[in-house]
Unconditional design. Structure first.
Length: 318
């Protein structure tokens, strides 16, 4: 994680840079050994796999066997679909390619790669509406982290904590995942590693009470950033989604406007199911941004394009 990979203040849109508070933070804490988050640029997604899967199909040497432009476009469309881009976004990109051919912006197969790069970049960097709250105006700044089981919520919280601590902010973590075995212990390890404080209850206790206590403690200690972990839940489980709504209400009662950021963690290896999860989670909590995990594994990467094209919220981190 380097400064070039970040827009300071993950909760702020359009690259607003925040001046760090004058508090001591461990130098380089948690940023070594590949421990990092990235902003979703074309280059970052390409590194994660889409460049190899999607753009390999655009190698000019492969297209000598195509007899017609239609045959070439059919294979390109198939490649986009197999790369988890999704049908709506595939249709959008294919329409742009056909328009580019008609306008003679694409005159040869080698013109297609830079053309698609521009189109995908425009999706990944589209304007994000300015958000109501800014970290320097709200204290504590409350971030609620949600998602299904195994998506990488707790690990992402550790990375966010390291990021904010390195920026000079004081951080508190709330262990509101009281259901999963060892979830509290895992978050406690991340708190120790990143120099954050931790609010926890016993396993099996009411998550909403943990959220409320963490808000009170964060206010009393004048903490800058409060990050609330939650139990993993399937998007089709009504009771669990109602519990998430309750946590959201409790945070709002403790601090006016909280949570100021709701990050939905999505496992990119789930492909198009990630879009389904995003659609359903937004009904239970006011999701303000997405975090895409595990793009360095077997994920094809195209799902991030579909998410940003089809959802009305940005992918904040990958």
């Amino acid at each position: 994680m380097t400064r070039s990979h970040l827009v300071e203040g993950v909760a702020l849109a359009n690259g607003v840079v925040l001046a760090p508070l004058p508090r001591a933070a461990p130098r380089g804490l948690g940023l070594a050994d590949g421990f990092h988050l990235q902003r979703p640029t074309f280059q970052a997604v390409g590194t994660a796999g889409i460049d190899a899967v999607l753009l390999a199909a655009l190698d000019p040497s492969r297209h000598r066997r195509f007899e017609t432009v239609l045959e070439f476009l059919d294979e390109l469309e198939e490649t986009l679909i197999l790369s988890d881009v999704g049908m709506p976004t595939t249709d959008r990109l294919m329409a742009a390619v056909r328009k580019g051919i008609r306008k003679r912006e694409i005159n040869a197969p080698e013109d297609l790669k830079p053309f698609l790069q521009r189109e995908i970049t425009s999706i990944l960097t589209k304007d994000v509406p300015s958000e109501k709250w800014a970290m320097y105006l709200t204290k504590p700044y409350v971030i609620l982290v949600v998602g299904v089981n195994g998506a990488g919520k707790t690990t992402t919280i550790g990375k966010l904590s390291a990021h904010y601590r390195d920026q000079g902010y004081s951080v508190m973590l709330a262990a509101a995942d009281t259901f999963r075995a060892a979830a509290i212990d895992q978050l406690e390890i991340w708190a120790e590693r990143t120099g954050a404080s931790l609010i926890k209850h016993d396993e099996g206790s009411d998550p909403s009470s943990v959220a409320l206590d963490s808000v009170r403690a964060a206010k009393a200690r004048e903490v800058d950033v409060l990050i609330v972990d939650t139990a993993g839940r399937l998007q089709n489980k009504f009771n669990l989604m109602e519990e998430l709504k309750k946590i959201n209400r409790v945070l709002g009662k403790g601090i006016n406007g909280a949570p100021h950021e709701v990050l939905l963690i999505l496992d990119s290896t789930t492909g198009q199911n990630a879009i389904s999860q995003a659609e359903l989670f937004t009904k239970a909590a006011p999701v303000t941004g997405l975090v895409l995990t595990k793009l360095d594994g077997t994920a094809k990467g195209g799902v991030i394009i579909g998410l940003m094209a089809e959802m009305s919220m940005p992918v904040k981190w990958i």
